[in-house]
Design a protein around this ligand. Structure first.
Ligand code: C2O
Ligand code: CU
Ligand code: CU
Length: 464
């Protein structure tokens, strides 16, 4: 006998239920009018006295989840309500260069009370995120990191979505903000926070129906921390990584195979929750050999009796397949800065230290004249970029405007799934392949923001 399941009932009410990550701004409801987003100072209480000096697009809480529809234009008017410069970057979205939000490279910084109009459609559906790219450390560390969801044209059929925006804060016992940046951290693996949060909450619990199909969308929006996610033994699979449906399977996060998710990265996981009321599903992260709780899901109600096979597989995004036969190779060396470079112009939050470089060229600041591209690629051609880490630290390497796939590593087998970010291990060499099919100057940097802001940044030019 057919009976409407919970998803259909909710869908009848205008969309599937989503929890987590504060409020949602749904552009699918009305694509005509631009949505005004205003960055602002705000305060919020974690588990200690109130913290002021936080930055969000909302009052007293995390930046909203933004939802748009694949192939439909979204219009955001970003108003800078801060007394410092800003820009907004839409991490992972392949958009026109002047919408990419990189100061001096793709737009001028937005001054206090000024507005910049961001307009773009995304050909890719998936889990993305947004953050400022000017005063990046200051504004991200104060909270301005949000999830951006591009809905598939065809609904895959989940009952519920749970969005986990993972981010540290550095806050003293009295609620005051601690230094975001330490020279010691910047020269090594970065400065981690002392308060791990999920959607600005500490180890929250999310309720979901027993026996239902849940889509977890997990985004690491922290400036530093690499998560090593562990889930209990539960029915499910990884369906997308960094915004793109996985073509090569990736193992479910487990104690044997924790899922590494570095700053800037996302993973989408389909779960079939167990039957039975009140079953807790903990999600943990490994720090050293110890598992620490991130959050948990709790089952509720009588079983929905769903099955993972009810889900429609995600369609691949329209990514051009690189031609490895004709691909030209470019090499990039990620390492220490040459001796002696210690100045930085301070524009858009650059620091007074330089520790890192790409091909021995440290990025000296966002408006430094005469800083040329690291590589010039021809529009429509295929390339292999060889990424070589000569440092003892790990670097999540991120490229704007284009997507690539890892094709080999000197250390491990990497699934060849399309991505915008790849974690480069100590001494690792990874070859990535791409088609240079989006013209413009595309930022290319480590997503440990202290590394990015102390030299480990640059850009790649694609021209017709
Ligand atoms: Cu998440 Cu250059 O950005
Ligand atoms: Cu980006
Ligand atoms: Cu780095």
């Amino acid at each position: 006998m057919l009976r409407p399941n919970r998803r259909q009932v909710i869908a009848g009410l205008g969309g599937i239920a989503a929890v987590g990550a504060g409020t949602t701004i749904d552009l699918r409801a009305d694509t005509a009018a631009p949505v005004q987003l205003r960055s602002r100072l705000t305060s919020y209480s974690f588990d200690r006295p109130e913290t002021s000096g936080l930055v969000s697009l909302a009052d007293n809480g995390p930046p909203p989840v933004l939802r748009m529809q694949q192939h439909q234009e979204a219009a955001f008017d970003l108003v800078n309500g801060l007394d410092d410069y800003t820009t907004m970057h839409w991490h992972g979205i392949r958009l026109p260069n002047n919408m990419d939000g990189v100061p001096y490279l793709t737009q001028f910084p937005i001054a206090q009370n000024e507005t910049y109009s961001y307009r773009f459609a995304s050909s890719d559906a998936g889990t993305f995120w947004y953050h400022p790219h000017c005063m990046t450390m200051t504004q991200m560390a104060r909270g301005l990191t949000g999830v951006l969801i591009v809905e598939e044209e065809e609904d895959p059929g989940f009952d519920q979505e749970i969005i986990l925006n993972l981010k540290d804060f550095r806050i003293g016992d009295d609620g005051s903000l601690l230094d975001f940046f330490t020279p010691r951290g910047a020269a090594r693996s970065g400065t981690t926070g002392n308060l791990r949060t999920v959607n600005w909450q500490i180890t929250p619990r999310y309720t979901a129906n027993a026996g239902s199909l849940v889509r977890l969308r997990i985004a690491v929006t922290d400036t530093t921390r690499i998560y090593k996610l562990v889930l209990p033994d539960i029915d499910g699979h990884v369906i997308a990584w960094n915004g793109h449906p996985v073509a090569e399977p990736m193992p479910m996060p487990s104690a044997e195979t924790p899922f590494w998710l570095s700053p800037g990265e996302r993973v989408d996981i389909a779960l079939r929750l167990p039957d039975g009321e009140g079953i807790e599903i903990p999600i943990d992260t490994m720090i050293g050999r110890t598992a620490y709780p991130v959050c948990s899901l709790i089952t509720h109600g009588t079983s929905e009796q769903r099955s993972l096979s009810d889900l429609k597989p995600l369609r691949p995004n329209p990514v051009a397949e690189p031609d490895l036969e004709t691909a030209e190779m470019h090499e990039f060396l990620f390492g220490w800065s040459p001796e002696g470079d210690g100045s930085n112009n301070g524009f858009c939050g650059s620091y007074d230290y330089i520790f890192w470089s790409i091909n021995r060229n440290p990025w000296l600041g966002d408006a430094e004249p005469g800083t040329g591209p690291l590589a010039e690629l021809k529009l429509g051609k295929s390339y292999i970029l060889r990424l070589r880490n000569e440092s003892p630290n790990q670097h999540p390497i991120h490229l704007h405007g284009l997507v690539f796939k890892p094709i080999r590593s000197n250390m491990r087998r990497l699934p060849a799934n399309y991505t915008d970010t790849v974690l480069l291990l100590k001494d690792e060499v990874i070859d990535i392949a791409l088609v240079a099919d989006n013209p413009g100057d595309w930022a290319f940097h480590c997503h440990v923001i202290e590394h990015q802001k102390t030299g480990l940044a640059g850009y790649i030019r694609v021209t017709g």
